[in-house]
Design a binder for this molecule. Structure first.
Ligand code: NAD
Ligand code: MG
Length: 391
Protein backbone atom coordinates (compact mmCIF):
# COMPACT_ATOMS: atom_id res chain seq x y z
CA UNK A 1 0.00 0.00 0.00
CA UNK A 2 1.15 3.53 -0.74
CA UNK A 3 2.65 5.42 2.17
CA UNK A 4 0.56 8.07 3.93
CA UNK A 5 1.45 11.51 2.54
CA UNK A 6 1.36 14.50 4.87
CA UNK A 7 0.11 17.54 3.01
CA UNK A 8 0.49 21.29 3.52
CA UNK A 9 -2.23 23.30 1.80
CA UNK A 10 -1.34 26.93 1.15
CA UNK A 11 -4.51 28.82 0.30
CA UNK A 12 -6.79 26.24 1.92
CA UNK A 13 -9.85 28.50 1.90
CA UNK A 14 -9.82 29.10 -1.86
CA UNK A 15 -11.35 27.21 -4.74
CA UNK A 16 -8.34 24.88 -5.20
CA UNK A 17 -7.66 24.66 -1.45
CA UNK A 18 -11.17 23.52 -0.55
CA UNK A 19 -11.20 20.99 -3.39
CA UNK A 20 -7.82 19.65 -2.24
CA UNK A 21 -9.38 19.11 1.18
CA UNK A 22 -12.27 17.22 -0.42
CA UNK A 23 -9.78 14.92 -2.15
CA UNK A 24 -7.91 14.35 1.12
CA UNK A 25 -11.14 13.70 3.05
CA UNK A 26 -12.11 11.06 0.48
CA UNK A 27 -8.80 9.18 0.92
CA UNK A 28 -7.79 9.26 4.59
CA UNK A 29 -5.68 6.12 4.10
CA UNK A 30 -3.49 8.01 1.58
CA UNK A 31 -3.38 11.64 2.72
CA UNK A 32 -3.30 13.56 5.97
CA UNK A 33 -3.37 17.33 6.47
CA UNK A 34 -0.20 18.55 8.16
CA UNK A 35 -0.50 22.31 7.57
CA UNK A 36 -3.35 24.63 6.63
CA UNK A 37 -2.71 28.19 5.52
CA UNK A 38 -5.02 30.98 4.45
CA UNK A 39 -4.97 34.74 4.29
CA UNK A 40 -8.00 36.41 5.81
CA UNK A 41 -10.97 34.03 5.82
CA UNK A 42 -10.35 33.12 9.44
CA UNK A 43 -13.80 31.59 9.97
CA UNK A 44 -13.33 28.98 7.27
CA UNK A 45 -9.72 28.37 8.29
CA UNK A 46 -10.85 27.68 11.87
CA UNK A 47 -13.60 25.32 10.69
CA UNK A 48 -11.13 23.46 8.47
CA UNK A 49 -8.60 23.20 11.29
CA UNK A 50 -11.20 21.74 13.65
CA UNK A 51 -12.21 19.18 11.04
CA UNK A 52 -8.77 18.13 9.73
CA UNK A 53 -6.70 18.61 12.93
CA UNK A 54 -3.43 19.66 11.23
CA UNK A 55 -0.20 19.99 13.15
CA UNK A 56 -0.04 23.69 12.26
CA UNK A 57 -2.16 26.52 10.94
CA UNK A 58 -0.72 29.68 9.38
CA UNK A 59 -2.79 32.79 8.86
CA UNK A 60 -0.85 35.15 6.59
CA UNK A 61 -2.97 38.19 7.46
CA UNK A 62 -1.38 38.93 10.84
CA UNK A 63 -4.40 40.92 12.07
CA UNK A 64 -6.34 37.61 12.22
CA UNK A 65 -3.82 35.80 14.40
CA UNK A 66 -5.43 36.45 17.81
CA UNK A 67 -8.83 35.31 16.59
CA UNK A 68 -7.50 32.05 15.09
CA UNK A 69 -5.26 31.36 18.08
CA UNK A 70 -8.12 31.77 20.49
CA UNK A 71 -10.57 29.69 18.48
CA UNK A 72 -8.07 26.79 18.31
CA UNK A 73 -6.94 27.15 21.94
CA UNK A 74 -7.03 23.82 23.74
CA UNK A 75 -6.43 21.85 20.55
CA UNK A 76 -2.96 20.41 19.77
CA UNK A 77 -2.56 22.75 16.78
CA UNK A 78 0.29 25.27 16.48
CA UNK A 79 -0.85 28.65 15.18
CA UNK A 80 1.43 31.05 13.30
CA UNK A 81 0.98 34.31 11.44
CA UNK A 82 2.63 35.91 8.43
CA UNK A 83 4.53 34.88 5.32
CA UNK A 84 7.86 34.40 7.09
CA UNK A 85 6.34 31.76 9.39
CA UNK A 86 4.76 30.12 6.38
CA UNK A 87 8.15 29.83 4.66
CA UNK A 88 9.48 28.09 7.82
CA UNK A 89 6.56 25.73 8.26
CA UNK A 90 6.52 24.42 4.66
CA UNK A 91 10.11 23.27 5.15
CA UNK A 92 9.27 21.10 8.18
CA UNK A 93 10.46 17.52 8.06
CA UNK A 94 6.89 16.35 8.64
CA UNK A 95 5.61 17.86 5.37
CA UNK A 96 5.72 15.57 2.32
CA UNK A 97 3.68 17.50 -0.25
CA UNK A 98 2.91 21.20 -0.55
CA UNK A 99 -0.20 22.26 -2.47
CA UNK A 100 0.53 25.83 -3.59
CA UNK A 101 -2.95 27.30 -4.00
CA UNK A 102 -2.32 30.90 -2.94
CA UNK A 103 -3.35 33.27 -5.70
CA UNK A 104 -0.83 35.61 -7.34
CA UNK A 105 2.68 36.86 -6.60
CA UNK A 106 1.85 36.43 -2.89
CA UNK A 107 2.54 32.71 -3.34
CA UNK A 108 6.09 33.14 -4.61
CA UNK A 109 8.09 33.05 -1.38
CA UNK A 110 6.38 30.06 0.18
CA UNK A 111 6.68 28.12 -3.09
CA UNK A 112 10.40 28.87 -3.25
CA UNK A 113 10.79 27.86 0.41
CA UNK A 114 9.07 24.52 -0.28
CA UNK A 115 11.23 23.95 -3.38
CA UNK A 116 14.40 24.73 -1.42
CA UNK A 117 13.33 22.16 1.17
CA UNK A 118 13.04 19.57 -1.62
CA UNK A 119 9.31 18.98 -1.12
CA UNK A 120 6.93 17.55 -3.68
CA UNK A 121 5.05 20.58 -5.00
CA UNK A 122 1.49 20.20 -6.24
CA UNK A 123 1.58 23.49 -8.09
CA UNK A 124 -1.59 25.49 -8.61
CA UNK A 125 -0.07 28.96 -8.11
CA UNK A 126 0.89 29.49 -11.77
CA UNK A 127 1.91 33.12 -11.13
CA UNK A 128 4.99 31.76 -9.33
CA UNK A 129 6.28 30.20 -12.54
CA UNK A 130 5.22 33.17 -14.63
CA UNK A 131 7.21 35.55 -12.44
CA UNK A 132 10.27 33.46 -11.67
CA UNK A 133 10.02 30.27 -13.71
CA UNK A 134 13.69 30.18 -14.61
CA UNK A 135 14.74 30.51 -10.98
CA UNK A 136 12.15 28.10 -9.60
CA UNK A 137 12.96 25.46 -12.24
CA UNK A 138 16.69 25.71 -11.43
CA UNK A 139 16.07 25.49 -7.69
CA UNK A 140 13.80 22.49 -8.19
CA UNK A 141 16.59 20.65 -10.03
CA UNK A 142 19.15 21.62 -7.45
CA UNK A 143 17.01 20.55 -4.47
CA UNK A 144 15.36 17.58 -6.20
CA UNK A 145 11.91 19.01 -5.63
CA UNK A 146 9.38 17.40 -7.98
CA UNK A 147 6.88 19.92 -9.29
CA UNK A 148 3.66 18.21 -10.32
CA UNK A 149 1.16 20.59 -11.92
CA UNK A 150 -2.39 21.06 -10.67
CA UNK A 151 -3.45 23.36 -13.49
CA UNK A 152 -5.64 21.11 -15.65
CA UNK A 153 -3.80 21.84 -18.93
CA UNK A 154 -0.40 21.18 -17.42
CA UNK A 155 -1.64 18.10 -15.62
CA UNK A 156 -2.84 16.87 -19.02
CA UNK A 157 0.57 17.49 -20.60
CA UNK A 158 2.31 15.92 -17.60
CA UNK A 159 0.10 12.83 -17.93
CA UNK A 160 0.78 12.63 -21.70
CA UNK A 161 4.53 12.70 -20.98
CA UNK A 162 4.53 9.80 -18.53
CA UNK A 163 6.58 7.02 -20.12
CA UNK A 164 8.00 9.33 -22.81
CA UNK A 165 11.19 10.38 -21.03
CA UNK A 166 13.50 9.65 -23.93
CA UNK A 167 11.18 10.78 -26.71
CA UNK A 168 11.36 14.21 -28.26
CA UNK A 169 8.40 16.54 -27.86
CA UNK A 170 7.72 18.64 -30.94
CA UNK A 171 5.17 20.86 -29.30
CA UNK A 172 2.50 21.13 -26.65
CA UNK A 173 -0.98 22.39 -27.46
CA UNK A 174 -2.78 24.09 -24.60
CA UNK A 175 -6.55 24.03 -24.92
CA UNK A 176 -8.62 27.05 -23.87
CA UNK A 177 -12.37 27.13 -23.40
CA UNK A 178 -12.43 30.70 -24.72
CA UNK A 179 -14.31 31.88 -21.63
CA UNK A 180 -17.67 33.65 -21.49
CA UNK A 181 -16.83 36.08 -24.31
CA UNK A 182 -15.74 33.61 -26.98
CA UNK A 183 -16.54 34.98 -30.43
CA UNK A 184 -17.18 38.51 -29.13
CA UNK A 185 -15.51 41.57 -30.65
CA UNK A 186 -14.16 44.77 -29.00
CA UNK A 187 -17.40 46.70 -29.58
CA UNK A 188 -19.13 44.21 -27.28
CA UNK A 189 -16.31 43.89 -24.73
CA UNK A 190 -16.16 47.62 -24.19
CA UNK A 191 -19.23 47.45 -21.96
CA UNK A 192 -18.85 44.16 -20.09
CA UNK A 193 -18.83 44.24 -16.30
CA UNK A 194 -17.18 42.00 -13.73
CA UNK A 195 -20.47 40.28 -12.85
CA UNK A 196 -20.72 39.16 -16.48
CA UNK A 197 -17.07 38.15 -16.77
CA UNK A 198 -17.39 36.06 -13.61
CA UNK A 199 -19.81 33.66 -15.35
CA UNK A 200 -17.41 31.05 -16.70
CA UNK A 201 -19.13 28.46 -18.92
CA UNK A 202 -17.27 25.32 -17.74
CA UNK A 203 -15.34 25.94 -14.52
CA UNK A 204 -16.07 27.43 -11.07
CA UNK A 205 -12.91 29.10 -9.79
CA UNK A 206 -11.59 31.99 -7.70
CA UNK A 207 -12.40 35.51 -8.92
CA UNK A 208 -8.93 36.39 -10.24
CA UNK A 209 -8.48 33.36 -12.46
CA UNK A 210 -12.09 33.66 -13.67
CA UNK A 211 -11.40 37.19 -14.95
CA UNK A 212 -8.11 35.96 -16.43
CA UNK A 213 -10.08 33.29 -18.27
CA UNK A 214 -12.47 35.89 -19.68
CA UNK A 215 -9.57 38.04 -20.99
CA UNK A 216 -7.53 34.97 -22.07
CA UNK A 217 -4.67 36.24 -19.87
CA UNK A 218 -5.03 32.91 -18.10
CA UNK A 219 -3.96 31.08 -21.26
CA UNK A 220 -1.06 33.47 -21.72
CA UNK A 221 0.09 32.82 -18.15
CA UNK A 222 -0.29 29.11 -18.84
CA UNK A 223 1.97 29.32 -21.91
CA UNK A 224 4.71 30.73 -19.66
CA UNK A 225 3.91 28.16 -16.96
CA UNK A 226 4.29 25.37 -19.54
CA UNK A 227 7.61 26.75 -20.75
CA UNK A 228 9.21 26.36 -17.33
CA UNK A 229 7.42 23.23 -16.18
CA UNK A 230 8.41 21.24 -19.25
CA UNK A 231 11.61 23.02 -20.32
CA UNK A 232 10.21 24.10 -23.71
CA UNK A 233 11.28 26.66 -26.29
CA UNK A 234 8.75 29.44 -26.93
CA UNK A 235 8.03 28.11 -30.44
CA UNK A 236 6.97 24.75 -29.02
CA UNK A 237 3.94 26.18 -27.22
CA UNK A 238 0.62 26.52 -29.02
CA UNK A 239 -2.91 27.42 -27.96
CA UNK A 240 -6.16 26.20 -29.47
CA UNK A 241 -9.69 27.14 -28.47
CA UNK A 242 -11.76 24.11 -27.49
CA UNK A 243 -15.03 25.34 -25.99
CA UNK A 244 -16.17 21.99 -24.51
CA UNK A 245 -13.16 21.70 -22.12
CA UNK A 246 -13.03 17.90 -22.54
CA UNK A 247 -9.51 17.67 -23.97
CA UNK A 248 -7.40 19.32 -21.28
CA UNK A 249 -4.29 19.67 -23.50
CA UNK A 250 -2.14 17.73 -25.93
CA UNK A 251 1.45 16.81 -26.75
CA UNK A 252 2.76 16.28 -30.27
CA UNK A 253 5.83 14.06 -30.57
CA UNK A 254 8.61 13.92 -33.17
CA UNK A 255 6.89 11.08 -35.05
CA UNK A 256 3.76 13.27 -35.55
CA UNK A 257 1.73 11.34 -32.97
CA UNK A 258 -0.49 13.51 -30.75
CA UNK A 259 -1.52 12.43 -27.27
CA UNK A 260 -4.43 14.11 -25.50
CA UNK A 261 -5.72 13.77 -21.96
CA UNK A 262 -9.48 14.00 -21.54
CA UNK A 263 -12.04 14.11 -18.80
CA UNK A 264 -14.95 16.12 -17.51
CA UNK A 265 -13.92 19.55 -16.26
CA UNK A 266 -13.34 18.93 -12.54
CA UNK A 267 -10.23 20.28 -10.78
CA UNK A 268 -10.37 17.49 -8.21
CA UNK A 269 -8.89 15.11 -10.79
CA UNK A 270 -5.66 17.05 -11.44
CA UNK A 271 -5.42 17.80 -7.71
CA UNK A 272 -5.72 14.11 -6.84
CA UNK A 273 -3.24 13.19 -9.59
CA UNK A 274 -0.66 15.69 -8.29
CA UNK A 275 -1.06 14.40 -4.73
CA UNK A 276 -0.96 10.70 -5.59
CA UNK A 277 1.47 10.69 -8.56
CA UNK A 278 2.67 8.27 -9.85
CA UNK A 279 -0.41 6.37 -8.69
CA UNK A 280 -3.90 6.65 -10.08
CA UNK A 281 -6.38 6.36 -7.26
CA UNK A 282 -9.89 4.99 -7.72
CA UNK A 283 -12.57 7.55 -6.99
CA UNK A 284 -16.24 8.27 -7.43
CA UNK A 285 -15.92 11.19 -9.87
CA UNK A 286 -18.47 11.33 -12.67
CA UNK A 287 -17.23 9.47 -15.76
CA UNK A 288 -16.99 11.00 -19.21
CA UNK A 289 -19.76 9.75 -21.49
CA UNK A 290 -18.86 10.48 -25.10
CA UNK A 291 -22.49 10.20 -26.15
CA UNK A 292 -23.13 13.42 -24.23
CA UNK A 293 -20.50 15.22 -26.32
CA UNK A 294 -21.38 14.61 -29.92
CA UNK A 295 -19.03 17.37 -31.04
CA UNK A 296 -15.57 18.41 -29.87
CA UNK A 297 -14.54 21.53 -31.75
CA UNK A 298 -11.35 23.56 -32.18
CA UNK A 299 -10.56 27.03 -33.47
CA UNK A 300 -7.80 29.65 -33.54
CA UNK A 301 -7.70 32.13 -30.65
CA UNK A 302 -8.54 35.72 -31.58
CA UNK A 303 -5.30 37.46 -30.54
CA UNK A 304 -6.52 40.82 -31.87
CA UNK A 305 -9.63 40.99 -29.69
CA UNK A 306 -8.17 39.25 -26.64
CA UNK A 307 -5.02 41.32 -26.49
CA UNK A 308 -3.96 39.97 -23.11
CA UNK A 309 -3.10 36.67 -24.74
CA UNK A 310 -0.87 38.46 -27.28
CA UNK A 311 0.71 40.58 -24.51
CA UNK A 312 1.52 37.49 -22.43
CA UNK A 313 2.98 35.74 -25.45
CA UNK A 314 5.13 38.81 -26.12
CA UNK A 315 6.34 38.81 -22.53
CA UNK A 316 7.23 35.12 -22.83
CA UNK A 317 9.34 35.84 -25.94
CA UNK A 318 10.98 38.90 -24.34
CA UNK A 319 11.87 36.87 -21.24
CA UNK A 320 13.84 38.41 -18.36
CA UNK A 321 11.57 40.36 -16.02
CA UNK A 322 8.91 40.95 -18.72
CA UNK A 323 6.57 38.17 -17.47
CA UNK A 324 6.97 39.44 -13.88
CA UNK A 325 5.97 42.96 -14.98
CA UNK A 326 3.05 41.59 -17.00
CA UNK A 327 1.84 39.57 -14.03
CA UNK A 328 2.01 42.49 -11.60
CA UNK A 329 0.18 44.85 -13.94
CA UNK A 330 -2.41 42.17 -14.54
CA UNK A 331 -2.99 41.58 -10.82
CA UNK A 332 -3.59 45.31 -10.35
CA UNK A 333 -6.02 45.67 -13.26
CA UNK A 334 -7.97 42.52 -12.42
CA UNK A 335 -8.42 43.77 -8.87
CA UNK A 336 -9.56 47.15 -10.20
CA UNK A 337 -11.89 45.56 -12.77
CA UNK A 338 -13.54 43.52 -10.02
CA UNK A 339 -14.24 46.82 -8.25
CA UNK A 340 -15.45 48.48 -11.44
CA UNK A 341 -12.55 50.97 -11.44
CA UNK A 342 -11.28 50.05 -14.89
CA UNK A 343 -13.00 48.66 -17.99
CA UNK A 344 -12.44 45.29 -19.65
CA UNK A 345 -10.62 46.83 -22.62
CA UNK A 346 -8.58 49.22 -20.48
CA UNK A 347 -7.07 46.26 -18.65
CA UNK A 348 -5.04 45.44 -21.78
CA UNK A 349 -4.14 49.11 -22.33
CA UNK A 350 -2.67 49.34 -18.83
CA UNK A 351 -0.73 46.08 -19.12
CA UNK A 352 0.69 47.13 -22.49
CA UNK A 353 1.80 50.55 -21.22
CA UNK A 354 3.32 49.22 -18.00
CA UNK A 355 5.43 46.82 -20.08
CA UNK A 356 7.11 49.82 -21.70
CA UNK A 357 7.63 51.76 -18.44
CA UNK A 358 9.49 49.29 -16.25
CA UNK A 359 13.16 48.84 -17.12
CA UNK A 360 13.98 45.53 -18.77
CA UNK A 361 16.26 43.17 -16.84
CA UNK A 362 17.60 40.30 -18.86
CA UNK A 363 18.62 37.94 -16.07
CA UNK A 364 16.69 38.91 -12.97
CA UNK A 365 17.31 37.42 -9.54
CA UNK A 366 14.69 37.19 -6.82
CA UNK A 367 15.31 40.74 -5.61
CA UNK A 368 15.00 42.08 -9.14
CA UNK A 369 11.64 40.34 -9.40
CA UNK A 370 10.49 41.91 -6.15
CA UNK A 371 11.56 45.31 -7.39
CA UNK A 372 9.98 44.86 -10.84
CA UNK A 373 6.76 43.63 -9.25
CA UNK A 374 6.58 46.69 -6.97
CA UNK A 375 7.38 49.12 -9.72
CA UNK A 376 4.89 47.60 -12.16
CA UNK A 377 2.16 47.75 -9.49
CA UNK A 378 2.82 51.44 -8.91
CA UNK A 379 2.77 52.20 -12.64
CA UNK A 380 -0.40 50.16 -13.17
CA UNK A 381 -2.17 51.83 -10.24
CA UNK A 382 -1.31 55.28 -11.66
CA UNK A 383 -2.81 54.32 -15.01
CA UNK A 384 -5.91 52.79 -13.41
CA UNK A 385 -6.51 56.10 -11.63
CA UNK A 386 -6.73 57.78 -15.04
CA UNK A 387 -9.64 55.58 -16.09
CA UNK A 388 -12.98 57.37 -16.36
CA UNK A 389 -14.45 54.65 -14.16
CA UNK A 390 -12.11 55.62 -11.31
CA UNK A 391 -13.64 59.07 -11.04
P1 NAD B 1 -9.07 31.72 -4.62
O1 NAD B 1 -9.17 33.18 -4.73
O2 NAD B 1 -10.32 30.91 -4.60
O3 NAD B 1 -8.23 31.33 -3.31
C1 NAD B 1 -7.02 31.95 -3.03
C2 NAD B 1 -6.42 31.43 -1.74
O4 NAD B 1 -5.21 32.16 -1.56
C3 NAD B 1 -7.28 31.68 -0.51
O5 NAD B 1 -7.16 30.58 0.36
C4 NAD B 1 -6.66 32.91 0.15
O6 NAD B 1 -6.74 32.89 1.55
C5 NAD B 1 -5.21 32.80 -0.28
N1 NAD B 1 -4.59 34.12 -0.44
C6 NAD B 1 -5.06 35.17 -1.14
N2 NAD B 1 -4.22 36.23 -1.02
C7 NAD B 1 -3.21 35.82 -0.21
C8 NAD B 1 -2.06 36.45 0.32
N3 NAD B 1 -1.75 37.74 0.05
N4 NAD B 1 -1.24 35.71 1.10
C9 NAD B 1 -1.53 34.44 1.39
N5 NAD B 1 -2.61 33.80 0.95
C10 NAD B 1 -3.44 34.48 0.14
O7 NAD B 1 -8.11 31.24 -5.81
P2 NAD B 1 -8.12 29.86 -6.61
O8 NAD B 1 -9.06 29.96 -7.74
O9 NAD B 1 -8.21 28.71 -5.67
O10 NAD B 1 -6.66 29.90 -7.27
C11 NAD B 1 -5.48 29.64 -6.54
C12 NAD B 1 -4.33 29.45 -7.50
O11 NAD B 1 -4.59 28.28 -8.28
C13 NAD B 1 -4.16 30.59 -8.50
O12 NAD B 1 -2.81 30.80 -8.73
C14 NAD B 1 -4.84 30.07 -9.75
O13 NAD B 1 -4.29 30.61 -10.93
C15 NAD B 1 -4.55 28.59 -9.66
N6 NAD B 1 -5.53 27.75 -10.37
C16 NAD B 1 -6.82 27.73 -9.97
C17 NAD B 1 -7.75 26.95 -10.64
C18 NAD B 1 -9.18 26.87 -10.18
O14 NAD B 1 -9.94 26.07 -10.73
N7 NAD B 1 -9.61 27.63 -9.22
C19 NAD B 1 -7.34 26.19 -11.74
C20 NAD B 1 -6.00 26.24 -12.12
C21 NAD B 1 -5.09 27.01 -11.43
MG1 MG C 1 -5.80 26.02 -16.45
Amino acid sequence: MAQLKRVAILGSTGSIGTQALEVIAAHPQLFEVEVLCAHSNSNLLITQAKQFRPNAVVVTDETKYAEVKEALGGLPIKVFAGHTSLADVVAWESVDVVVTAIVGFAGLHSTIAAVRAGKRIALANKETLVVAGDLVARLAMEHKAAIVPVDSEHSAIFQCLVGEKYNAVEKVILTASGGPFLGRKPNYLVNVKASHALQHPNWTMGAKITIDSATLMNKGLEMIEAKWLFGLQNEQIDVVIHPQSIIHSMVQFSDSSVKAQMGLPDMKLPIQYALAFPDRVKNEFKRLDFKEFSKLSFEQPDYKTFRNLALAKDAMYRGGNAPCVLNAANEVVVHAFLQNRVSFIEMSDVIETVATRVAFIEQPGLEDHEQSDKEARIRAAELVKKSQLSH
